[in-house]
Design a protein around this ligand. Structure first.
Ligand SMILES: Nc1nc2c(ncn2[C@@H]2O[C@H](COP(=O)(O)OP(=O)(O)OP(=O)(O)O)[C@@H](O)[C@H]2O)c(=O)[nH]1
Ligand SMILES: [Zn+2]
Length: 374
């Protein structure tokens, strides 16, 4: 028998476990907060703000006359005149004439109900005493993939998950990402390919990179940052250009590999420019009613663009890629990578033919989002 050594209790982390239960780390508090939002449990952010997510609220009988909504949502609720006073894009704290339960409050959260459900107004915009807390709530809703609207000081309050607004920075820091595994993955476009999977303890989304051809330090790779688009990548949706862009990027990298170079495709799980699949599909529904891709996000109270490009820089760093030839029409990606320490030695245009379903989408990207498209 080997040497039996009975570990001291500290080896099991008993002390640190109880300490972390009493004082959870910022990352743990955010993870618990995101989980709470998906379950519809309340949050307490900072010292004074207790919030219940209207969309998912587990306790349906909970009521409040006070709510927290995004600036864009407040505008749709005709609280637009108070918007400037509330600080432009800042969330808005509103009060209804009477307490509403979560069912009655849902039309405040969900723009899909704007035409069908008359709102139980009137509402009044109040001073927002906790700006950082309110902004953290909006960001947490985006991360959780739910509608960003909350009952404030709900009754009954329930047991809240507590966090500080500053906790988010530690949770999302790119340094948390590491390589989990790597394997050979011949694909239709290129048999000489590897897949590398990345993981962060905080975020359940598993990003991957494909390396096509042989990695060499002699030649900077052709690189594409592709953001997940389930509808375009898998189902061949015609509403966007993601599917053809993905395929064309792999084809170009394969040609590069055949010419002695190599390519790196980062497949980033930032669906819907970071608002998640369900909120993207909600945006599609609003687009069916006539608004464009950017307005749809705004009406949901979500950012037009919420992707984390420093995370892409971290993935490249972990792959030891310091210089890239970047395939994109979006100059924001170039700037974001450069700011995160990746040298973009060339921007390679990546425009694909349009179709009747995505012409408006592409025109909006060109005219309103500054993409270099013809
Ligand atoms: N919220 C939202 N996201 C969309 C919509 N259409 C496509 N997306 C997402 O947009 C992302 C792709 O971003 P795009 O803005 O098309 O292109 P880009 O990556 O910024 O720019 P390029 O590098 O030039 O292709 C994917 O995550 C898609 O899921 C939409 O109507 N609404
Ligand atoms: Zn798409």
């Amino acid at each position: 028998m080997g040497k039996a050594e009975r570990p001291h209790s500290a080896h099991y982390g008993v002390r640190s476990l109880s300490a972390s239960a009493a004082y959870p780390s910022p990352e743990r508090r955010v993870a618990q907060a995101v989980d709470a939002l998906r379950h519809g449990w309340p949050l307490r952010i900072g010292d004074g703000l207790t919030l219940l997510p209207i969309e998912t609220a587990a306790e349906r009988a909970t009521q409040s006359a006070q709510m927290l909504v995004s600036a864009a949502r407040a505008e749709t609720l005709r609280l637009g005149n108070q918007r400037a006073a509330a600080g432009g894009h800042h969330p808005v704290f509103i009060r209804a004439a009477e307490a509403l339960d979560v069912r009655a409050a849902l039309p405040i959260a969900d723009p899909a109900l704007d035409t069908a459900n008359p709102l139980k107004g009137p509402f009044k915009a109040l001073d927002l005493p906790w700006l950082a807390e309110a902004e953290a709530a909006m960001e947490l809703a985006r991360i959780a993939g739910i509608l960003p609207a909350f009952l404030v000081d709900p009754d009954p309050a329930g047991e809240p998950v507590s966090l500080e607004p500053t906790d988010l920075a530690a949770w999302s820091a790119p340094i948390n990402l590491s390589v989990a595994t790597r394997a050979h993955l011949p694909i239709a476009r290129e048999e000489e390919a590897d897949i590398i999977a990345f993981r962060s303890a905080n975020d359940m989304r598993e990003h991957v990179a494909l390396v096509l051809g042989e990695q060499t330090s002699d030649r900077p790779p052709l690189v594409r940052l592709h953001s997940e688009c389930l509808t375009g990548d898998i189902f061949g949706s015609l509403k966007c250009d993601c599917g053809p862009q993905l395929d064309a990027a792999l084809a170009a990298m394969s040609a590069e590999a055949a010419a002695g170079g190599w390519g790196v495709l980062l497949y980033m799980r930032q669906e819907g420019r970071g608002i998640g699949l369900i909120n993207k599909l909600r945006a599609y529904r609003l687009q069916d009613e006539g608004v464009d891709t950017l307005e749809a996000n705004q009406r949901l109270g979500l950012p037009e663009e919420a992707r984390d490009f420093p995370l892409a820089a971290r993935m490249l760093d972990l792959l030891a890629v310091r210089e890239v030839r970047l395939m994109t029409n979006n100059l924001e990606k170039v700037t974001a990578l450069e700011n995160a320490g990746v040298k973009v030695i060339e921007r390679v245009p990546h425009q694909l033919p349009s179709n009747p379903h995505n012409t408006r989408y592409l025109a909006t990207k060109r005219d309103r989002a500054g993409h270099l498209l013809t």
